[in-house]
Ligand binder design. Structure first.
Ligand SMILES: C[S@@+](CC[C@H](N)C(=O)[O-])C[C@H]1O[C@@H](n2cnc3c(N)ncnc32)[C@H](O)[C@@H]1O
Length: 269
C-alpha cells in the first residue's frame, strides 16, 4: 500500500482495510525534501495574502492547508472525500475541514480568493469536472494551482529497458485513473480562459529505493501488473531480480516529473 505503487486507495480511503495507514503514507511523503519544496512553490503560485480565503480540494490530512494559513495569514477551507482524512485535518488544527467530493463542491460561486489541488486530479473519476468546480468557486482575478506527477515521464535503470518500459507503462496507464494528465494541466486551464498561466516541472529522482520503497512501492509494481493480467508473472519475477541487482550494484535510478501549474481567473467582460 502506497501513494505511488497502488494509488487506488486514494480514490476511496475510507473503504480501505486500514484507512489510517493512508494518513501515514501522506505523512511520510510530506517529510521528503522534494515534497516540502514543491508544496511550498505550489503555494507561492496562489499569491495568498493575510485575510484572504482559500480552498484546498483533496486536502488529505490538512498539513498544506495549515501551512498556508500560518505562512500567509490567510483563512483556509479544506475538503476531502475521506472522513478519515478530514478527522485528521481537524485534529491538526483546521476547523474549516469538511467531507466533500471535488466533483460537487458545496460552495457558492466565486467565494474563494484561490483554490488548489495537489496530487488529486490523478485519482478522480472526472478531472475536467473537478477543475470546473474549482474554477466555479474562485472569484474573478483569483488564482488556482494544480500539481501532480506525470507518469509518462518515468525512467528506471534496470538491465532490461523494454521490461522497465512495460512496467512503467502499466503504472502510467492502468494503475492510476489519470496518471499522465499533469503535462496537460496548462492546456486545461487555457481552454477554460484562464490568464497568466504558469507551469513548472520538478523531477523526483530516487536513488535509494530501500529508504523510500515503503512509500514508493516501486519494487511491487511488476507483480501488481502481473496480478492484473498486464504482465507475465515470469517477467514480474525478472523485474524484481533486476531491480534488486540494480540496488545491490549501486546504480539504481528512478525518476518521475511533477508538473506545477497555476492560472488566474479572468474578470468578466
Ligand atoms: C495523494 S492524496 C493527496 C493529499 C494532499 N493533497 C497532499 O498533498 O498531501 C489524494 C487525496 O485526494 C482525496 N480525494 C480523492 N478523490 C477525491 C474526490 N473526488 N474529492 C475530494 N477528495 C478526493 C483522497 O481522499 C486523498 O486524501
Amino acid at each position: 500500500m502506497n501513494d505511488h505503487g497502488d494509488s487506488h486507495g486514494f480514490t476511496s480511503v475510507d473503504t480501505q482495510p486500514r484507512p489510517a495507514e493512508w494518513v501515514h503514507v501522506l505523512d511520510r511523503l510530506r517529510a521528503e525534501p522534494f515534497f516540502v519544496a514543491y508544496k511550498e512553490r505550489l503555494q507561492e503560485f496562489l499569491r495568498a495574502e493575510a485575510g484572504g480565503l482559500f480552498l484546498e480540494v483533496g486536502a488529505g490530512a490538512g498539513d498544506a492547508a495549515v501551512a498556508l494559513r500560518s505562512r500567509y495569514g490567510a483563512e483556509v477551507v479544506a475538503v476531502d472525500s475521506s472522513l478519515t482524512m478530514i478527522a485528521q485535518a481537524r485534529d491538526r488544527g483546521l476547523p474549516h475541514a469538511a467531507v466533500a467530493d471535488g466533483h460537487r463542491l458545496p460552495f457558492a460561486a466565486a467565494q474563494f480568493d484561490g483554490a488548489w489541488v495537489d496530487r488529486v486530479l490523478q485519482h478522480v473519476a472526472d478531472p475536467a469536472r473537478v477543475l470546473d468546480e474549482l474554477l466555479r468557486v474562485v472569484r474573478p482575478g483569483g488564482r488556482v494551482a494544480l500539481a501532480d506527477p506525470d507518469y509518462d515521464t518515468q525512467v528506471l535503470d534496470i538491465d532490461d529497458q523494454e521490461l522497465a518500459r512495460r512496467v512503467l507503462r502499466f503504472r502510467a496507464d492502468a494503475a492510476l485513473r489519470n496518471g499522465s494528465l499533469a503535462h496537460r494541466h496548462a492546456g486545461l486551464l487555457a481552454a477554460r480562459g484562464l490568464h497568466d498561466i504558469t507551469t513548472e516541472a520538478r523531477t523526483l529522482v530516487v536513488r535509494d529505493p530501500l529508504a523510500a520503497d515503503n512509500v514508493m512501492g516501486l519494487r511491487t509494481w511488476a507483480h501488481t501488473a502481473a496480478a492484473r493480467g498486464y504482465l507475465d508473472p515470469m517477467d514480474a519475477d525478472k523485474f524484481v531480480t533486476q531491480f534488486d541487482d540494480a540496488v545491490r550494484t549501486g546504480r539504481f535510478t528512478y525518476a518521475v516529473t511533477f508538473f506545477l501549474t497555476a492560472g488566474m481567473l479572468p474578470f468578466p467582460g
